[in-house]
Ligand binder design. Structure first.
Ligand SMILES: O=C(O)c1ccccc1N[C@@H]1O[C@H](COP(=O)(O)O)[C@@H](O)[C@H]1O
Length: 223
């Protein structure tokens, strides 16, 4: 927790970066188990790293429209949270099945929402945590594009019983504004703190965290 803001560092592929994220104060360490991602880690690679990963940080598996068997393997590997990206077309039945399998309290839903579409009730009722990522037609996440922060703010205000995670193109230059204008209290850093996909830039991560401190200090002074 950084001055009241929780941070997930996502797209980790190495122990060195996971340890750095831990020391910097990340609450969650994200691993992308999606073969088409340039940040892909296989379940085998994750399991090899797992015994040496920092303790006490939530380990988040990022998946795209997983089959039940793949999800079972991921749960057996000891992840604390599962972040599922999906198209709305998968429908309420599939969403409910993921919720039953994972459990709504450790499930993060990341629906692929066109700009004009709000998070539907059948998604809200199936998970406690919603990650709002930027819509991009060709993919599921990791676009590096900034989303609609006012949409995030509106959803967070309308559904305070949920935990809302802001994602999409967050970097040291914009995280301060994201926190102030979107009111985000849980943020996800991925491509905005990299030197190359899957390789974290430690200086950018430090700058990201400093920017969170500054934004929160400025907000406190203003009250
Ligand atoms: O990063 C990826 O390659 C990826 C692929 C498929 C699904 C999710 C992915 N990443 C997630 O996307 C968001 C935002 O990333 P960015 O900041 O825009 O790079 C983040 O939650 C990642 O977990």
């Amino acid at each position: 927790m950084i001055d009241g803001v929780r941070l997930k560092v996502c797209g980790l592929t190495t122990l060195v970066d996971a340890e750095y994220a831990d020391r910097a104060g990340a609450d969650c360490l994200g691993f992308i188990l999606y073969p088409k991602s340039p940040r892909y880690v296989s379940l085998r690679q994750f399991c090899d790293m797992a015994p040496r990963l920092p303790e006490g940080r939530k380990r988040v598996a990022v998946m795209v429209e997983p089959e039940a068997s793949a999800l079972a393997d991921v749960l057996a590997a000891g992840f604390d949270r599962v972040q599922i990206h999906f198209r709305l077309e998968v429908g309420a039945e599939q969403v409910a099945a993921w919720s039953t399998q994972v459990g709504r309290e450790r499930l993060w839903f990341a629906p692929k929402l066109p700009p004009e579409v709000d998070v539907p009730g059948w998604i809200l009722s199936a998970a406690d945590t919603i990650l709002m990522d930027t819509f991009h037609r060709g993919g599921f996440g990791g676009s590096g594009q900034v989303g609609d922060w006012s949409k995030f703010q509106r959803h967070q205000a309308a559904h305070p019983q949920h935990t809302w995670v802001l994602a999409g193109g967050l970097n040291p230059a914009n995280i301060g504004e994201a926190i102030c204008s979107a009111g985000a209290r849980f943020v996800d850093a991925n491509s905005g703190i990299e030197t190359a996909p899957g390789i974290k830039d430690h200086a950018k991560l430090r700058a990201f965290i400093l920017a969170i401190h500054r934004a929160r200090e400025a907000a406190l002074k203003a009250t």
